[in-house]
Design a protein around this ligand. Sequence first.
Ligand SMILES: C[S@@+](CC[C@H](N)C(=O)[O-])C[C@H]1O[C@@H](n2cnc3c(N)ncnc32)[C@H](O)[C@@H]1O
Length: 287
Amino acid sequence: MTEQNAYQVADWNGQSGEYWVANQARLDAMMAVFGQAAIEAAAPVTGERVLDVGCGAGASSLDLAARVGAGGYVLGVDISEPLIGRARALAPQDTPALFRVADASGAELPEGAFDILFSRFGVMFFDDPTGAFAHMRRALRPGGRVAFVCWRGAVENDWVRLPMVALKGIVPLTTPPDPEAPGPFSFGDRARVTRILTAAGFTDIAIAPFDASITFGEGETRDAAIDDTVKRVLEGGPLSRALADQPDDIRAHAWAAVRAAFAGLPGERSVMINGAAWIVMARNPRN
Ligand SMILES: C[S@@+](CC[C@H](N)C(=O)[O-])C[C@H]1O[C@@H](n2cnc3c(N)ncnc32)[C@H](O)[C@@H]1O
């Protein structure tokens, strides 16, 4: 029998985990506006208890902790040892946030112990999303609420759509990727998210689009900013694997093609790319 989420556990403790730790400050800056939108949707108040799923380096957990205060509590869980290590290192001593290495889809969680189930881009990686949400729902009190942000589809997110189009014919891409396979875009289909949450026992599901312009690359000059953008997308994004084992000439060709695709985007000493996300809300029934 294969272990649940084995690929994700290996990746977030390996290549992706290392990339996210190395780029933590920049990634947090890029994701901040999306996390804030999800926190506004969650509307935490003093004294509430929050479970932050796939908390990564903990930026959202710490923001939530500041909102719930010393009478409240935030538990950040993540499968990635290096990211939980970074979260603990960044946490101020007096924060009411705690961090734990755990697979949220099956970890022992105290029953009915949380008011809010929250996530910033951390719930799209489960092998069995319905089973995972049903499991996490049991940790919510009756009437407790869900608020998370996830990406819409890859076709709506130019930071992956443009390079995918540019790389066609240069490297073999696994296109079309299975849109439901665990990964950043697996919650892109709003109807699928509704089905998963409904089957997991949630009610009052509301899913709204949220768009924000992300500073993807920066540099001393516009050219440097475009190079920075290409580097980020090809070294750390979902496309990084496509180039991993390619010879130098193919990599150079791919770099030039992706660079040309990004060169038309707005920005001065930056490259601004629209990020297309869903803000998802739901409720645990009161019984
Ligand atoms: C895109 S990152 C987002 C991290 C963080 N929420 C942020 O916004 O910076 C996705 C995170 O989900 C975590 N993750 C993936 N599957 C998980 C699971 N089954 N249980 C807990 N965390 C998981 C990964 O380790 C990773 O840290």
